[in-house]
Write a protein that binds this ligand. Structure first.
Ligand code: ADP
Ligand code: MG
Length: 454
């Protein structure tokens, strides 16, 4: 894999880069100089694969902005310059691998991109209780491939960082002085290469190419369920590599034993090393992810904004990143303050206004009050008597989670309280729900009462 042409060595490289420069000039003609300098000029063409051009921007924010506003124009200008129709795949460039280790053009799977892959590092991965074992296992592999975590099997739902960890291993090993042959691929690529090899009679060459690696990482192995022939091949390659002391790493959406469409002998191989799950990150970890990603884009977000964003978005980190990108766009381009109001606005716009079937906040407050034998005024009012604060916090929690109320609006509903005290109440209940069975019982009963889905 290392002897393929990199884009820099491709004779067409110069022509394509020139064409992109011209396309940028053409599109930039109509925009203010400062925007041109910030958004379009820094775009770089980093590779191509038939009609797809891989272009990078300096940061996720610029990439999103260009994608939203100028991608179509850029594509047609570039196609015109080149005299052939091309598509642009635009991604942020955050951390580049050193030039001599740049990934060969041919290796790029169509759905990913060099810059995206290069930014999957251990430094960019926030560790919390939900992913610590998977992270530590991945690090152990990167430090000592073929050691005690072999094979490493990471599993978890989508958007929780499996691909990130796989590439973090590959990137760290690639950057290390000693050079090893590392192959990181998706299970889908594996199937495609295998089928192509079968069809073209080059199966021995295909096997040799995998058998010659020191570290083999296969992402999303659940893709192989029910694909008997490919599973056979995987089994064969697994044994060969494992017996030669090579490192194997797999990711999957569930543990090996639940891969019903795979034979027992393969499942038991897969679980013979370290099997580590990734759970959805808790709100603290999500807030840290938000803060770190914003800082990488050069924006310092106030802690309460990070927390509010983290609390409002479900556990999928990919969704969280998308919403953060929108927020950063408002802050940098729209010159808005990164405030709680802005977070609420973006969340509303993203998830839509509360559906008609959702209970209204007033309804939740009234039910909570009557459940605890309180009046509406008592639960909303200013008194801080012990018997009132807990029911009030529960009502706040339910309104926020199930009526989609903004912090500000909730403050108004509960006696014009400041949003920080509302957030405090919400946080308190969220934390206690993990350890206080009595509270959990009350909340569950209220949810049943209000027909709320868990
Ligand atoms: P999966 O492969 O499990 O579906 P990915 O690895 O593609 O998920 O992660 C989705 C996005 O979330 C990626 O951009 C990744 O960088 C980011 N991400 C996930 N977990 C973390 C984390 N703990 N710290 C930082 N970024 C994370
Ligand atoms: Mg993935």
């Amino acid at each position: 894999m290392d002897d393929q042409l990199t884009f820099e060595q491709d004779p067409e490289c110069f022509r394509f880069r020139k064409a992109l420069e011209k396309a940028v000039e053409a599109v930039g003609d109509t925009m203010p100089e400062a925007q041109l300098a910030r958004f379009l000029k820094p775009l770089e063409l980093r590779g191509r694969e038939s009609h797809i051009c891989y272009v990078t921007a300096p940061g996720e924010f610029v990439a999103t902005w260009v994608r939203d506003k100028y991608l179509t124009q850029l594509e047609s200008a570039l196609s015109e310059e080149l005299g052939e129709p091309v598509q642009i795949c635009l991604e942020a460039r955050l951390h580049e691998p050193p030039a001599d280790r740049r990934l060969p053009v041919q290796l790029q799977p169509p759905s990913s991109d060099m810059s995206a892959i290069a930014r999957y590092t251990f430094d960019n991965f926030v560790v919390g209780p939900s992913n610590r074992i998977a992270h530590d296992g991945a690090k152990a592999v990167a430090d000592r491939p073929g050691g005690y975590c072999n094979p490493l099997f990471i599993y978890g739902k989508t958007g929780l960082g499996k691909t990130h960890l796989l590439w973090a291993i590959a990137n760290r090993l690639r950057a290390a002085k000693q050079r090893r042959a590392i192959r990181c691929m998706t299970a889908q690529q594996f199937v495609e290469e295998f089928v192509t090899a079968l069809r073209s009679g080059s199966i021995r060459r295909f096997r040799r190419s995998v058998e010659s690696v020191s570290v083999w990482l296969v992402d999303d192995i659940d893709f192989l369920e029910e694909k008997r022939k490919t599973q056979e091949e995987l089994f064969h390659l697994f044994n060969h590599l494992y017996e030669s002391g090579k490192q194997l790493v797999f990711s999957c959406d569930r543990p090996p034993r639940e891969l019903a469409g795979m034979p027992m002998r393969l499942r038991s191989r897969l679980e013979s090393g370290l099997v580590a799950d990734i759970q959805p990150p808790d709100t603290e970890t999500r807030a840290e992810i938000v803060s770190m990603k914003a800082a990488k884009e050069g924006v310092e977000l106030p802690a309460e904004v990070c927390e509010s964003l983290a609390a409002s978005v479900p556990d999928n980190v990919r969704t969280l990143e998308g919403i953060l990108t929108t927020l950063l766009a408002h802050v940098s381009l729209g010159r808005r303050d990164p405030s709680l109001e802005l977070v609420d606005e973006i969340i509303q716009a993203h998830f839509g206004t509360p559906e008609p079937c959702r209970p209204h906040a007033d309804q939740i407050i009234a039910r909570t009050a009557s459940y605890f034998h309180l009046t509406d005024e008592e639960i909303r009012g200013p008194s801080r008597k012990a018997g009132l604060t807990r029911p009030r916090h529960i009502a706040v929690y339910l309104c926020r989670e199930y009526a989609g109320e903004s912090w500000k609006r909730l403050g108004e509903r509960f006696g014009n309280r400041d949003h920080t005290s509302i957030m405090h109440g919400h946080r308190k209940i969220r934390g206690l729900l993990k350890e206080d069975p009595e509270l959990l019982r009350d909340v569950r009963r209220l949810m049943d009462d209000l027909n709320l889905e868990n």
